[in-house]
Design a protein around this ligand. Sequence first.
Ligand SMILES: Cc1cc2nc3c(=O)[nH]c(=O)nc-3n(C[C@H](O)[C@H](O)[C@H](O)COP(=O)(O)OP(=O)(O)OC[C@H]3O[C@@H](n4cnc5c(N)ncnc54)[C@H](O)[C@@H]3O)c2cc1C
Length: 305
Amino acid sequence: MIAPATRDRLEALLGEAVRFDEPLARHTSLRVGGPADVLARPADRATLAALLAMADEAALPITFLGKGFNTLVRDGGVAGVVVQLSGLRAIATEGDDAIRAEAGVSHSQVTRFCSERGLAGLEFAAGIPGTVGGWLAMNAGIGEREMVDVVREVELAGPGAAPLRRVGREALRFRYRAVDGLEPGTAFVSALFEVSPGTPEAVRAEVERLLARRAATQPLDVPSCGSVFKNPPGDHAGRLIEAAGLKGERLGGAEISSVHANFIANRGDASAADVLALIDRARRRIAEATGIDLETEVHVIGREA
Ligand SMILES: Cc1cc2nc3c(=O)[nH]c(=O)nc-3n(C[C@H](O)[C@H](O)[C@H](O)COP(=O)(O)OP(=O)(O)OC[C@H]3O[C@@H](n4cnc5c(N)ncnc54)[C@H](O)[C@@H]3O)c2cc1C
């Protein structure tokens, strides 16, 4: 519950860019989960800083959300303020070997920008759906290439009233699908990515090759959150799930994809509880069969219904 005075202050700060009790199923690719007490989309850095300070003062928890392509919201929704930086969408070159992109820039915006200018280096991320903020927080990647390989510097904000600051890649501890060492409540505001001059034709050809490979191996036509589990060292979560005979396994409206076993699809009427129970079932079966305790890649947020 948001106190009426806090609600008034949020409305005064954000105007149309704040919603209350906003269903997060609308803002995540799995299309499940309850509402955010507050969904805020600050239009610029000053509003973001004021919002973080206000939330700190009112002891409201802050959760950042990109486009929700790797987020599973529980059915009871999320307490406090969910912040989407979708208002920060600038992208520009810096010199001839870097681009700066704000946190709300989408994967397709980056791909279009680089393809049109023949800037090489980020083709691997073309099919990783989401935003620059989500890419950074997840150290998103494919195979051997991930964000840490292309990020030169990031701009951070918060927590609380802490100022905006730029830090080099070496100051952050990127690891497999995570970044360590950031205080909770810290936002990625922008990133400086390294690129190298190429040709639009070559960049497009590499993007198309990778997208075609993805389309052949992933269920891209159903709501999902991408990989549910991280790959354990030396193996693939999808292989283990398939070997355990779980492909096609259903629970309520959730189904382990028969195209790619590390994806769970929402067949249309899944609840977060269905998805979570199926995740649990897969984890238990793999542990029983192999002794491996799979760790989730998808970020689970919010409260039980
Ligand atoms: C079909 C499909 C295919 C996928 N393929 C891949 C793949 O090949 N490789 C891969 O790595 N991932 C993959 N994913 C997962 C997903 O695309 C990535 O994790 C992506 O980085 C998520 O971006 P997002 O903006 O949607 O993040 P969200 O899901 O919105 O958020 C993810 C995490 O980032 C945090 N976050 C978001 N924005 C910010 C910010 N500005 N500041 C601080 N924290 C923030 C959130 O709090 C959350 O913890 C796939 C997903 C789908 C649905």
